[in-house]
Structure formats: structure tokens, C-alpha cells
Design a protein around this ligand. Structure first.
Ligand SMILES: [Fe+2]
Length: 461
């Protein structure tokens, strides 16, 4: 029988060792490639932001870019998808396309994952049902710096502020207006704002009250030559107000605040609606009041809020009513007192009827201030988002008159926590203010001031 004789190959010890190590490395590389996921997906769309819907079971997602579909679910395998539509109001500061989608039949108090197109995995939380944490901020500005803009427009620390709040993992965020300062620093500020907030806006719903800068005329200088006035369409088109309300002055033909100039071929108001709203979170009813630059808006807000507060007062599951608004009612800074007279009257009337209204958070003045409760309502100022630092009065009398307990001009934000029968409100030191690092200096992340408000027991607990 024929037998094949193979030549005997002699391998040296060194060669055997080399072959063994190479095989071992190959096995390890294969194993690692199986365990490690493929390179993380990146977003092809930008300006991603999530808002609460009218109920805790719905959310709105907005973005700008080529994709029209969103996948979502309680883990990163998603399971559901939806198709977006153009928003009813179109931003005009930059070309789109802009998209909005409403997600329904969600479970309240739940973390959801989502991705836009084949983009990165992001998360949001639906409105909380029990204990929760939220962050409030206002008067922010952006990291955009047009070379032709003045030095007041260089605020790179805003990126640090957004990341700092994202690292605090709030369930949601309220913003008290004066958002991008595009009227002051150039039209590119609007887009940059919706990029700057990405660390936070892709992890938590963001709820906005409008400020005066959202419709402000050009502030020149420091605005670059040719900067157009900002307009509310740039914000109403990127954000959905929960339980949206319309001011009586926001008519189809109104071309100034709270409306917007016509956009051809249209001739009427290009941003009617979405002037103010409200939502519930963990037994707290939050109002997002309209910009109070004209007394009529305050009168409207008082009248429109009355039945909604009445329902909250009668609902045993609502434990407190909170108003988030742009203009402060009380402050040691006495500018705009005529406007505050309208706000004071509205607040005293509403609290007189609805005792659950116990907290008002104003912004607009660029610092933090805590006032002693007045007529049963605690008034806070939280305008230290970082655009600039306000100058507080030198006179002790001003603080005494306002009942001021604490003030700071350093960048800061509020962190609110509802735990059991207590709402804790902490002013958190924000990033160093680069133009004046020593004023009211504090260590970023430190608690600058803290106060507690008691809450009635949850029914049945
Ligand atoms: Fe303001």
C-alpha cells in the first residue's frame, strides 16, 4: 500500500514561542472585537431638544437636519418609531429643515432611549410621578462669538455651565428666558444655543418661559453691523410649550411681540401661539408665564392661569403651584418697578385665592437673590445663567426693603429637589465668570444658599 511520507519540519524553540504568542494575540483581538461594540453612532442632525407634552404620557422631540424618523423605547433596542413633521412655526435665523414629533402613550416617570435616523443614542425622562430633581436657569447667552461683535459677547464659560447641570442629572430643566442674546451678539447665537445645550437637552426635557431678548431689537454695539432684531419664531419653532396658551394680543395680524414679522408670501403674524403654558411634575404644577414686558401680558396671564390654578387647588394630588417667569416680582434692584406693580397685584390676587401658589422664580436681572416669603409666596431671582453679572445695590436699605436674604452676581443656577414632604432649593455656584473672576467668587458646584419649603403629604401615603 502506498504511504505518503511527509517531511518532518523541525521548528526551533524561538519560532514556536513566536507562533504561540501570535496565535494568543489573534484570539484576544477576536474576543475583544466581539465584546466591544462597533464605533459609536454620531448624529447627522443637530439642535436636538425634548419638551414635555400636555400630559406625562407625551413628549415632543425637535431637531434640525436631513432625518425625519425617530426610534424610541425604554432601552437602546428602541422598539417603536415615529415620523416627524415640520413645526407649525418656522425659525428664520438659519435654514432648516426643522422637525418636530410628538411621542404618545409613554409611561410617566420613565427613562426612554431614542435616536434620530441612525444617529447616536440619547435619553429623556417623562414627567416625574414621585420625588424628583430639576434645574432652573435663565439669562444664558452662548459660546458663539462673531468676530465683529464686542467683547461682551465672549462667554465661553456657558459650555461649562451646561455640562455642569447635565452632570447633576436633573429630571428636567426650566429656563426663565433671555435665551441666546442673538439681538446683542449676532444671529448665529440662536443656532449655537441649541448646540451648546446638547449635553443637557439630550438627557432631559427643557421647558422655557420667554424673555425680552427673544424679540429684542438690535443692541449695537456690541452686535455686529447688520444684525437683525431677534424674533420669537426662532424659539417657538424649536420648542413646544406644554399646554400652550395664547395671549389675547397675539392675534393673526400682530407683527410685533408677542407676534412676529410676516414671512413672504404670508402677510400676517408668523409666530402666533405658544406664549405661555404649564405642566405637572411629581405633584407640583409648574407655570411658564409669558414675558411681562407689557402690563397686558401679566393681566392675561393672571386671567388665563386662574382656572388652571383653581383646578390645581381642588386636586389633592397637586401639592404646590410654582410660577417660572422672566421678570422678577421682588428684588433689591429696583429697576422696572411699574411693571412689578402689575406682577405684585397678580401674585397677591392669585395666592389669595389659591394657597398652593407658594413659589415664584423670576430671572432677567443677571444674578441670584432670595427674598423672605411675602404674603405667603417665596420670591427667587435666578438670572445668573452666565451672560453677564448684575450690579447689586450698595445700600443696605435696598435689601431690607426687598426682604433680601441672599444675593450673588456670580454665575449660578437653581437645583430643586422634591423629596418626601420637602422641596429643597439650592443655588449652585456656576463656572468662573471670565470677565470678573473675583466678584462674589465661589467654587463651581458648591451650594451658595439653600432653603426648604414644606409640602403637604401625598394622599394615601
Ligand atoms: Fe430680560
Amino acid at each position: 500500500m502506498f504511504a505518503l511520507k511527509l517531511p518532518r519540519i523541525k521548528l526551533s524553540r524561538k519560532l514556536l514561542l513566536f507562533v504561540s504568542i501570535a496565535m494568543l494575540i489573534a484570539v484576544i483581538m477576536v474576543a475583544v472585537s466581539v465584546v466591544r461594540p462597533s464605533a459609536a453612532a454620531t448624529d447627522t442632525d443637530d439642535e436636538i431638544v425634548v419638551n414635555f407634552g400636555d400630559q406625562a404620557s407625551s413628549m415632543y422631540v425637535h431637531w434640525r437636519g436631513p432625518d425625519t424618523t425617530i426610534s424610541y423605547g425604554t432601552d437602546s433596542s428602541y422598539g417603536s418609531s415615529a415620523t416627524a413633521s415640520p413645526p407649525a412655526i418656522t425659525p428664520v435665523d438659519i435654514t432648516g429643515p426643522f422637525w418636530e414629533v410628538k411621542l404618545d402613550s409613554l409611561t410617566a416617570g420613565t427613562l426612554y432611549h431614542y435616536k434620530i435616523g441612525q444617529g447616536a443614542d440619547h435619553t429623556f425622562k417623562t414627567a416625574p410621578t414621585g420625588d424628583f430633581t430639576w434645574a432652573d436657569i435663565g439669562d444664558t447667552g452662548t459660546t458663539f462669538k462673531d468676530p465683529a461683535a464686542g467683547p461682551e459677547c465672549a462667554t465661553p464659560w456657558l459650555a461649562d455651565h451646561w455640562q455642569q447641570i447635565a452632570d447633576e442629572h436633573p429630571d428636567f430643566v426650566t429656563h426663565g428666558g433671555d435665551i441666546s442674546y442673538a439681538n446683542k451678539c449676532g444671529v448665529g447665537s440662536v443656532h449655537q444655543f441649541f448646540q451648546d445645550i446638547k449635553p443637557l437637552s439630550t438627557t432631559a426635557a427643557m421647558e422655557f418661559a420667554w424673555g425680552n431678548h427673544e424679540y429684542g431689537g438690535t443692541t449695537s454695539p456690541p452686535a455686529p453691523k447688520g444684525t437683525p432684531p431677534d424674533r420669537l419664531a426662532n424659539y417657538k419653532g424649536r420648542l413646544t410649550m406644554p399646554n400652550a396658551q395664547v395671549l389675547s394680543s397675539d392675534t393673526a395680524t400682530r407683527l410685533t411681540h408677542p407676534g412676529c414679522p410676516a414671512v413672504a408670501p404670508g402677510t400676517g403674524n408668523s409666530c402666533q401661539g405658544n406664549d405661555w403654558g404649564w405642566f405637572d411634575a411629581g405633584g407640583i404644577r409648574f407655570f411658564l408665564w409669558p414675558e411681562g414686558g407689557e402690563p397686558k401680558s401679566v393681566v392675561d396671564a393672571e386671567a388665563g392661569s386662574d382656572p388652571i390654578m383653581h383646578a390645581a387647588q381642588d386636586d389633592p394630588n397637586i401639592r404646590m403651584i410654582v410660577i417660572v417667569a422672566h421678570r422678577p416680582v421682588v428684588s433689591s434692584i429696583t429697576a422696572e418697578l411699574p411693571l412689578r406693580a402689575e406682577l405684585n397685584k397678580a401674585m397677591d390676587t392669585l395666592h389669595g385665592k389659591y394657597s398652593k401658589l407658594r413659589l415664584y422664580i423670576g430671572h432677567h436681572l443677571h444674578g441670584a437673590e432670595v427674598m423672605a416669603p411675602r404674603n405667603g409666596v417665596t420670591y427667587l431671582m435666578d438670572g445668573g445663567g452666565g451672560v453677564e453679572e448684575v450690579k447689586f445695590p450698595a445700600s443696605a436699605k435696598a435689601y431690607e426693603t426687598a426682604g433680601s436674604l441672599f444675593h450673588s452676581s456670580h454665575p449660578s443656577h437653581l437645583l430643586g429637589t422634591v423629596s418626601g414632604n420637602t422641596m429643597t432649593l439650592q443655588y449652585i455656584c456656576g463656572p468662573v465668570f471670565g470677565r470678573n473672576p473675583n466678584a462674589d467668587a465661589c467654587t463651581p458646584g458648591d451650594v451658595m444658599y439653600s432653603l426648604n419649603l414644606d409640602l403637604p403629604a401625598v394622599p394615601g401615603k
